[in-house]
Design a protein around this ligand. Structure first.
Ligand code: HEC
Length: 211
């Protein structure tokens, strides 16, 4: 090997060693998260100086739990939420829920609203390669809930936030009063004011703990 190729070889060897150890350590992290031992990766709610909730960071990488659908065409043309309701939970909180059967303080749920593609039939459905049905269209804002028993005693220990019912999503949001959001969750949601009856993955965990 001449001097130049020796240098290139050592650089390449260094890179592959480094990426080898990176792979090793990320596998280790994945394992500890899967077994629920690590809370390092947990994202906790952030607030502005005047107490508004900051749009959660990185939520698109969170865990999907379910997607109820209430299109306009099935609600006399005026559904309150004429969209898919794509619901995600913050993964660090999910890991604790899996271990304890309870949503820990700081749990965040993110519900992204997503309109259906323009319908072709009277019931708002359309026909695509997979069949007749409803297909996801443009995003349409988001609702967020945060568990903090001390901060939100009036609304069952959860804070309720709306980050616009259109796009783009707002960057911060102020807490909504009980009569707008919490009353409905407190009345009919199955588990700790969360609608686990529509999220089988979370409901099955609750059942393991007798809930
Ligand atoms: C009339 C009843 C009702 C009201 C009022 C209501 N919700 Fe909900 N919410 C639901 C139902 C039912 C679900 C289950 C998923 C779905 O159908 O959208 C839900 C789900 C959610 C979720 C997903 C996590 C969970 O708890 O299941 C969030 C976040 C949420 N709502 C936030 C809000 C916010 C913020 C407001 C007020 C701006 C609000 N909700 C008002 C009925 C309600």
């Amino acid at each position: 090997m001449n001097r130049k190729s020796t240098v290139i070889f050592s650089v390449l060897a260094g890179v592959s060693l480094a990426s080898g150890s990176f792979l090793f350590s990320s596998a280790g992290d994945a394992q500890s998260i899967a077994s629920g031992e690590s809370s390092e990766a947990r994202y906790l709610p952030e607030y502005t100086a005047n107490g508004e909730l900051v749009l959660p960071k990185n939520w698109r990488h969170w865990v999907f739990v379910g997607s109820p659908l209430t299109p306009n065409a099935l609600n006399d043309g005026k559904a309150n939420f004429p969209e898919f309701h794509n619901v995600y939970i913050e993964p660090g909180s999910l890991a604790i829920y899996e271990k304890t059967g309870e949503f820990p303080e700081g749990t965040i749920f993110f519900k992204e609203l997503q309109l259906t593609l323009q319908g072709e039939n009277p019931d708002g459905s359309r026909t695509e390669a997979s069949g007749r049905g409803y297909f996801p269209g443009p995003f349409n804002g988001a609702d967020v809930t945060v568990k903090d028993s001390k901060r939100y005693p009036e609304t069952g220990g959860w804070g309720y936030y709306n980050f616009n019912h259109h796009e783009p999503k707002a960057m911060t949001a102020s807490v909504r009063p009980k009569g707008e959001c919490a009353y409905c969750h407190m009345a009919s949601a199955k588990k700790d004011d969360v609608w686990t009856q529509f999220y089988p993955m979370l409901d099955n965990i609750a059942k393991k703990f007798g809930g």
